[in-house]
Design a binder for this molecule. Structure first.
Ligand code: UDB
Ligand code: ZN
Length: 186
């Protein structure tokens, strides 16, 4: 199983590369990767398993974080209440933001990253709503709209496919500067 030891940290060149599109059918290895990435998120959100293996509770993971330069992400956003079905559970292959809102949003407490072992304060401004095209592991194509928290997570993960880290979006001079038309979530 994947643990924090499999996740590369800032400074590793894999996090700054532009990942390559996948072609179908996926190889056996690529299908296994998809399942392992989702299993990591599930394990990380399980209190017993995460404690036993020292996992941070993750909502998203991108293949470049495993030093695999391929355009694959996994997202697992829990439902509002315990035992609710997940708000979003998906492995997305070749995800692409094809349109987005003019309105922007950011998380009240900023962002962190499984590949970043420090607190980086500052607002990370994202699009409030996005339309994403992607393929599932079988090559079926989807076009879906996401808003608010799921949209933020997807933008964070798709950034990883393009070598972009969350703190690249933080205003260097004034990290807590925010245009007054940006919505704050949380
Ligand atoms: C995370 N987790 O996974 F609302 F069950 C962050 C870390 C960096 C703190 C582990 C997170 O926000 N957990 C969380 C939030 C909830 C409910 C819950 C767990 N990521 C993903 C990442 O680093 N992917 O590359 C960072 C998030 C910051 C904003 C979007 C993704
Ligand atoms: Zn990240």
């Amino acid at each position: 199983m994947l643990t924090m030891d499999n996740i590369v940290r800032e400074g590793h060149p894999a996090l700054r590369e532009v990942a390559k599109p996948l072609t179908f059918p996926l190889s056996e290895e690529e299908r296994t990767l998809a399942h392992e990435m989702m299993a990591f998120l599930e394990n990380s959100q399980d209190p017993d398993i995460s404690e036993e293996y020292g996992l941070r509770a993750g909502v998203g993971l991108a293949a470049p974080q495993l030093a695999i330069p391929k355009r694959m992400i996994a997202v697992l956003i829990p439902g509002e209440y315990e035992d609710d079905p997940p708000e979003l559970k998906a492995v997305m292959v070749n995800p692409k933001i094809v349109s987005h809102s003019v309105e922007n949003i950011c998380l009240k407490d900023g962002e962190g990253c499984l590949s970043v072992d420090r607190d980086v304060p500052g607002f990370v401004v994202r699009h409030t709503r996005i339309t994403v095209t992607y393929q599932d592991i079988n090559g079926k194509t989807f076009k879906k709209r996401f808003k608010e928290y799921p949209a933020i997570v997807l933008q964070h993960e798709i950034d990883h496919l393009n070598g972009i880290m969350f703190y690249d979006h933080i205003n260097k001079e004034n990290p807590l500067n925010l245009d007054d038309d940006v919505k704050i979530l949380g």
